[in-house]
Design a protein around this ligand. Structure first.
Ligand SMILES: *[C@@H]1O[C@H](CO)[C@@H](O)[C@H](O)[C@H]1NC(C)=O
Ligand SMILES: *[C@@H]1O[C@H](CO)[C@@H](O)[C@H](O)[C@H]1NC(C)=O
Ligand SMILES: *[C@@H]1O[C@H](CO)[C@@H](O)[C@H](O)[C@H]1NC(C)=O
Ligand SMILES: *[C@@H]1O[C@H](CO)[C@@H](O)[C@H](O)[C@H]1NC(C)=O
Ligand SMILES: *[C@@H]1O[C@H](CO)[C@@H](O)[C@H](O)[C@H]1NC(C)=O
Length: 294
């Protein structure tokens, strides 16, 4: 059992430390709106990993980390009929992902898998059907602005230590973080397809622009890029829709900072992600009647 006061206290601590560093920008205002709006209170925790070892985020190096188990219980696999992409559980009825692979798809084509351990899924995997695909109203396919979609699941998910949501962000990525985590599934030689967690550097806008091979008309108004530079991208096409995560300290919950919008591991180009804070009002409008955790 978790006590709400603990959340309120730790939330206030975050806000105070954000203001004291004078970092209140538009994104943070949206985030405050998110946390003060009406919503359903549920006594559950978000952003809690089951067995992800202590990872400090000191330094600027990145690490490649493959492990078994259910360490990122919000990671979803989305079968679109033609491709497989990733998504992230953010409420008991919503998985957030990129809009571009879902554009013009119908909800009946989509199957979401939660709680899978490997590609063969394991005993805790749950397939769930989708009631509606909600595409951000300002989504633009050619330049991937607001490349964000919510899948409203047909039935609410019962959280467990194998399936639970990530926390929403409290501040804009890039102002405090030099590193972010991504989670995906990758096949190793025995075809196990384990969850892979990688720590990657967040690039400045200028470095990002110079290192993105993707459509040159793409603007970075609501996007960021991940390194490292000088090598093929570590994230592949089926990592699109997956989470970019941050946390304050090794003991803090993980928060959803972004959603991978375009990447290709065939190319020496920086993966791009859509920043969650820039789309928070729309996300909030759509999920506020459902169970979110703290
Ligand atoms: C994680 O950190 C705690 C406290 O610093 C320590 O007691 C524990 O052994 C660490 N666990 C691992 C797997 O490193
Ligand atoms: C879930 O759906 C996928 C894709 O349709 C399928 O490959 C998988 O076997 C299903 N898993 C379960 C547990 O039903
Ligand atoms: C790149 O962007 C331009 C301008 O928005 C658009 O016309 C073009 O179709 C885009 N190309 C691709 C490959 O998406
Ligand atoms: C695949 O990953 C698992 C878990 O890390 C490991 O035990 C196994 O040896 C790996 N297999 C190969 C062929 O790399
Ligand atoms: C996405 O990446 C592919 C390379 O895999 C590229 O051809 C395409 O133009 C990119 N799309 C946008 C909108 O940048």
């Amino acid at each position: 059992m978790y006590i709400l006061n603990v959340f309120v206290f730790s939330f206030l601590t975050h806000v105070v430390s954000i203001s004291s560093k004078n970092l209140l920008g538009d994104g943070v205002t949206n985030v405050l709106g998110f946390y003060t709006g009406l919503r359903k209170l549920c006594l559950c925790r978000c952003g809690i990993t089951k067995n992800y070892a202590n990872h400090s985020k000191s330094g600027r190096s990145f690490s490649n980390d493959i492990y078994t188990g259910y360490g990122m219980p919000w990671l979803a696999t989305i079968h679109t009929g033609t491709t497989t992409i990733r998504g992230t559980l953010i409420s008991d009825k919503h998985v957030i992902t990129a809009a571009n692979p879902l554009f013009r798809k119908s909800a009946s084509e989509i199957v979401v898998t939660l709680g899978s351990q490997t590609c063969k899924e394991g005993s805790h995997a749950l397939n769930t059907s989708v009631e509606a695909i909600l595409i951000h109203p300002s989504y633009s396919g050619s330049v991937r602005n607001n490349d964000i979609a919510l899948l409203r699941l047909r039935n609410p998910i019962k959280f467990s230590s194998f399936i639970s949501p990530i926390c929403m962000p409290l501040y804009d990525i890039g102002k405090l973080d030099q590193l972010a985590w991504t989670a995906s599934k990758i096949k190793n030689k025995s075809d196990l397809c384990l969850t892979r967690v990688v720590t990657l550097p967040i690039l400045s806008s200028r470095t990002c622009k110079g290192n993105t091979l993707f459509n040159s008309s793409v603007t970075l108004s609501d996007k960021g890029c991940l390194g490292p530079l000088g090598t093929k991208s570590i994230l592949c096409e089926n990592d699109i829709g997956g989470p970019v995560m941050t946390r304050w300290a090794p003991t803090s919950p993980f928060r959803l900072a972004g959603i991978i919008t375009n990447t290709s591991c065939e190319e020496e180009a920086s993966p791009q992600f859509t920043r969650t804070v820039d789309n928070m009002l729309w996300i909030h409008e759509n999920i506020r009647d459902n169970c979110q955790c703290f």
